[in-house]
Design a protein around this ligand. Structure first.
Ligand code: GLC
Length: 466
């Protein structure tokens, strides 16, 4: 099983792996209520999450759920009903954590509009487990997974051919990438015990926070304003130029700026003779154009997809979504161009993040001819027209990749990747635990055999066994 706390939705899934790179997935999805993103205590959020798990189990795994409840109620003291038939849960928690073990990690900071100070520094798996236990659910939080890591796992399972996937990336509400790095390249000390036998480790880059100092990133007045008015000014600066949560807002600020310029007449009625030479507005007072977050990024996808000469779909949407009445074709085109510029900049910056990892991996040089595989998921890469093509176009321009390298880079959509990936990781974690217990038992047996062997008298001797 897995749950996925992303930026916008909370999903609960159960996954059946068919073992042939296909899987069946059952899931429920709910929008995370805004007040929970800014709740006073973490209990409010995690209590809500546990409740959703309970609803999911009742709906899709009723028999299992009821059987567990019956066993719990009829259990005699000391009887171990709890470990029977437990769902191993992969917890996709898509925020920066200091990971301390397979199912242990402390929250470093919130991103994507969440702000619950009380949770910072706490182990998010323990917070979820506490709430699950309060509801007596047959669920164990077995693995903590970032969505990018889940996507990497899912793509590795589903990717065509034998090539191992290098990167799992999210271009959705937020943006981030995880990739496979050689342990010898790690420069940062890694705490705790981990398996070094493969010589590799998955790194969650948290590239959303790249260049918070603004040494190289573009910084328009609209970027500045967006950051100043956000819940976390000064951080996630790369993400604020790339991901779906922010693109609509950048576009809104740019369009609003043009709207407010007296020298322009964007969305104003210039031909009216009754307004003393001042242009009358055709934008409703309650329009999202005047409100923070009032322009949904999905409108940008509509703008990009409308290639009709009259831009009729876009003009209709401007009216229904933003109360912009009777927009002319020129005005709609201006909107489309601004929106395209914001979308294209996002894709080009995304190419920088992906391209730098591809180059760092050395795979373009080392594995001649083989594709360099990337799994990607998120609303932007899925729904924004040509987002992937714009990334490929930008790869072409990067020294060290060029046309030849671009040919070899393959970005595959790993739909629902993080849910499937987290379930895969939970499964691996559960197997590791089982193997660990078996190893321990084997070690104990060995020790006992040796002791016994030492204690058994040789022929002619005698001893007392205790
Ligand atoms: C934010 C989070 C990161 C996550 C990404 C995509 O950047 O900090 O952990 O992977 O959003 O959801």
């Amino acid at each position: 099983m897995s749950v996925d706390l992303g930026g916008t939705n909370f999903r609960v899934c159960s996954v059946h792996l068919n073992g042939d790179s296909t899987f069946n997935l059952t899931y429920n999805k709910v929008a995370i209520p805004r007040e929970l993103m800014l709740a006073k205590t973490s209990k409010e959020l995690f209590g809500f999450l546990a409740k959703q798990i309970e609803l999911f189990l009742k709906e899709h795994h009723e028999e299992h759920f009821e059987a567990h409840q019956r066993r719990r109620k009829s259990a005699k003291p000391g009887e171990d009903y709890e470990t029977e038939d437990i769902f191993q849960l992969g917890f996709t928690f898509s925020f920066p954590v200091q990971q301390l073990g397979i199912n242990k990690g402390n929250l470093i900071r919130w991103t994507k509009g969440f702000d619950i100070p009380d949770a910072i520094g706490k182990d998010v798996c323990a917070l979820l487990q506490q709430e699950i236990d309060l509801l007596h659910l047959p669920v164990k939080v077995a693995a903590l997974v970032n969505d990018t890591v889940g996507t990497l796992m899912a793509r590795s399972y589903a990717a065509p051919g034998k090539t191992s996937t290098l990167i799992g990336a999210i271009f959705g509400t937020g943006t981030n990438g995880a990739y496979v790095e050689k342990i010898t390249n790690l420069q940062k000390p890694v705490d705790g015990q981990y398996d070094k036998s493969t010589g590799e480790m998955v790194i969650n880059s948290e590239w959303g926070s790249f260049d918070n100092q603004l040494n190289v990133l573009p910084n328009t007045p609209y970027d500045k304003k967006l950051d100043e008015d956000s819940v976390n000014p000064g951080i996630q600066i790369f993400e604020k130029r790339v991901s779906g949560m922010f693109l609509g807002e950048i576009t809104r600020l740019a369009v609003l700026d043009l709207y407010e310029k007296p020298s322009l007449s964007l969305f104003k009625d210039v031909s009216s003779s009754t307004n003393n030479g001042k242009a009358a507005t055709r934008v409703g007072e309650g329009s999202g154009l005047f409100q923070q977050w009032g322009l949904d990024s999905s409108l940008m996808s509509i703008a990009a997809a409308d290639t009709t000469p009259e831009l009729s779909t876009l003009r209709k949407e401007l009216e229904s979504q933003l109360q912009i009445r009777s927009a002319t074709v020129e005005e709609a085109r201006a909107f489309k161009d601004i929106s395209y510029a914001v979308g294209r900049r996002s894709a080009r910056l995304s190419a920088v993040a992906l391209g730098s990892i591809v180059m760092q991996s050395g795979r373009l040089k080392e594995t001649k001819g083989e594709p360099v595989d990337i799994g990607a998921d998120g609303s932007l890469v899925e729904h924004y027209p040509s987002f992937r093509d714009m990334i490929y176009e930008a790869f072409n321009k990067i020294d060290g990749i060029g046309a030849e390298g671009t040919e070899r880079i393959r970005i595959g959509i790993a739909k629902d990747g993080s849910g499937v990936g987290a379930a895969l990781i939970a499964l691996v974690a559960a197997n590791m635990e089982k193997r660990g217990t078996l190893d321990e038992l084997a070690a104990l047996k060995n020790k006992a055999t040796q002791k016994l062997a030492g204690a058994i008298p040789s022929v002619g001797e005698s001893t007392t066994l205790v």
